[in-house]
Ligand binder design. Structure first.
Ligand code: TA6
Length: 276
């Protein structure tokens, strides 16, 4: 029998709190010590029962980004029940770790062996999320992956993102056309769905010109920037009415050149979020 979905909360003595569902090892909420509100957008219409993917927070995308392959959109990790394996709460640092192994269901659609580990580390004003994939099988395979983070913003029209200047991006809304980014600050006034290549430098989300969040990543090669805007947003049944105004997705990812993992190898990718 399928067990009920539960969520877990860890905190630091300094006042930071993070909440994670074991469905998808999905971070639902992150309140750093310097804030009183969830810094991640989570749609009020989101289904948290474990039947469908959660709209908001940090979905783990593995082993397929979007529809770039035969698997369900964005792979199966966000739809799987992960196992909680560690909780350690400290004065200034707390950790929670989940694992997911291949199963008859996963092998039915993706015939490979893997052990995935996801560690969430909470400190006063930072959140670090680290995904590792270990190939414990006898066959090599490749995969694409992302930490599909929904960042809460007060108003998307006064939100900017910087750190992408000079990079090439593929525009998912224009047949994956490749364009060089020439903007120091990216602003938002329409649907945006892009994969920035070789995005290895820190990114900053600014609200009304002031930085509110720094996003650093390691192990990932690309960065997806997504906002559905009004029309596409209205088609997402689990998104709040005009919810597009309240978030920006910035996702450390490896998509353009999939990760090849040989037997016995481990791949690790992480993101570090700093709230100002
Ligand atoms: O990461 C951007 C993206 O691939 C978009 O194309 C958009 O479809 C989004 O993910 C959300 O996907 P979902 O399956 O969660 O509705």
């Amino acid at each position: 029998m399928k067990k009920a979905v539960s969520s877990h909360q860890i905190s630091t003595k300094s006042g930071a709190i993070v909440t994670i569902s074991d469905f998808g090892a999905h971070v639902l909420s992150w309140i750093p010590a310097n804030r009183t509100e969830n810094q991640l957008y989570l749609s009020k219409k989101s289904d948290l029962s474990g039947k469908t993917a959660i709209r908001g927070g940090i979905p783990i995308i593995f082993p397929q980004f979007s529809n770039r392959g035969p698997l369900p959109k964005h792979g199966f990790a966000r739809l799987a029940e992960w196992e909680l394996t560690e909780i350690t709460e400290g004065e200034t640092e707390s950790f929670i770790t989940f694992t997911l192994d291949d199963s008859p269901e996963s092998r039915y659609i993706w015939p490979f062996r893997f052990m995935a580990t996801y560690q969430v580390k909470l400190t006063t004003n930072q959140l670090q999320t680290t995904l590792s994939i270990y190939n414990n099988g006898v066959q090599s395979y490749s995969f694409t992956t992302a930490l599909h983070s929904y960042f809460s913003v007060q108003d998307i029209q006064s939100t900017t993102l910087n750190g992408l200047n000079g990079l090439i991006y593929t525009d998912s809304l224009k047949n994956n056309e490749k364009v060089t980014s020439l903007l120091d600050h990216l602003s938002f006034s329409e649907e945006t769905d892009r994969i920035y290549l070789d995005a290895i430098h820190p990114l900053f989300i600014n609200q009304a010109g002031k930085p509110i969040l720094k996003i650093e990543s390691a192990g990932f090669k690309d960065a997806v920037v997504w906002n559905p805007w009004k029309e596409t947003g209205a088609k997402l049944a689990d998104l709040d009415k005009n919810g597009y105004q309240q978030f920006l997705c910035v996702e450390p990812a490896t998509i353009e050149n999939p990760i090849l993992l040989n037997p016995g190898q481990t791949w690790t990718g992480s993101q570090l979020l700093t709230s100002f």
